[in-house]
Write a protein that binds this ligand. Structure first.
Ligand SMILES: Nc1ncnc2c1ncn2[C@@H]1O[C@H](COP(=O)(O)OP(=O)(O)O)[C@@H](O)[C@H]1O
Ligand SMILES: CC(C)(COP(=O)(O)O)[C@@H](O)C(=O)NCCC(=O)O
Ligand SMILES: [K+]
Length: 238
């Protein structure tokens, strides 16, 4: 059994790989006792493999929990080529480990061109062509971060919960609709670069994905967690 870990900037997600029924969970950075409970209750874990973009503090805390059970997490780092995906970033190691794992997860389930969108703290929108080349991608503030940026840098904009509207007629609706349209617009614009490729589709995941999924006018496949899928694929080869 392998414990796969996706340590993001808002939450840590995990999955036990190799169990008859999948066991998944998530917690905030200051609630790592939930992950510790998984380690305590699952004696058959032989490896821990993770992608950490939450910084060395979070990585170190997970490492400490692992060490108490005699384990060391293996944190993946993006390389130039792995599991059929070629990384065309100018400096391959600069790419987020979560984006790299998600691209590998995407490739292993969709052998055509695809747009890999992860809507988390940040939203990332990554282009994968039919040959498995990661051509490049975007980093945007995520939905919640966009809203918070407006609230904390203006005098008149509140952090309020609006409703989406194509024609917003209140401040709260205008803010939320602006942030959602920005996300959806960036996804649709990036998709244009691969839309003529046979079987092209957008794989969409992350905690904020449902906020704008319905706005997208393109073939979308809602995915659970491509980072964890990719980590499972990487584990097969290493
Ligand atoms: N229950 C939730 N807890 C935290 N964030 C949530 C929740 N539901 C939706 N969200 C949204 O999802 C984002 C976090 O998604 P996630 O994929 O876990 O991000 P990350 O990988 O950056 O940690 C938040 O910024 C917020 O917009
Ligand atoms: C872009 C990210 C902040 C996304 O993180 P997340 O929103 O999933 O927590 C992360 O992938 C990252 O720190 N990337 C390194 C820079 C890069 O990918 O170019
Ligand atoms: K993300």
């Amino acid at each position: 059994m392998i414990l796969l870990i996706d340590a993001g900037n808002t939450r840590i997600k995990w999955r036990l790989h190799g169990t008859p029924t999948p066991v998944e969970g998530a917690c905030e950075h200051d609630q790592l006792e939930a992950l510790d409970a998984v380690l305590a209750e699952t004696p058959g874990i032989r490896r821990m493999i993770g992608a950490n973009v939450a910084g060395p503090g979070v990585g170190g805390q997970i490492g400490t929990l692992a060490a108490q059970r005699g384990m060391t997490p293996e944190w993946i780092t993006p390389d130039a080529e792995r599991c059929g995906v070629r990384n065309l970033y100018r400096q391959p190691a600069q790419l987020g480990a979560d984006r790299w794992a998600a691209l590998i997860g995407a490739r292993s389930q969709h052998p055509h061109a695809c747009l890999v969108v992860m809507a988390g703290t940040a939203t990332t929108i990554d282009l994968l062509d039919a040959a498995g080349d990661f051509l490049g991608g975007l980093i945007l503030p995520g939905v919640a971060l966009m809203q918070r940026a407006l609230a904390s840098n203006t005098a008149q904009l509140p952090l309020a919960s609006g409703q989406f509207s194509p024609t917003p007629r209140s401040t709260a609706d205008a803010i939320l609709s602006g942030c959602l349209q920005a996300q959806a617009g960036a996804v649709e614009r990036m998709f244009r670069q691969i839309e003529s490729s046979a079987g092209a589709c957008c794989l969409l995941g992350g905690g904020a994905a449902d906020a704008f999924a319905s706005l997208l006018s393109l073939p979308v496949q809602r995915v659970d967690n491509l980072v964890l899928d990719g980590l499972a694929r990487i584990a097969q080869d290493s």
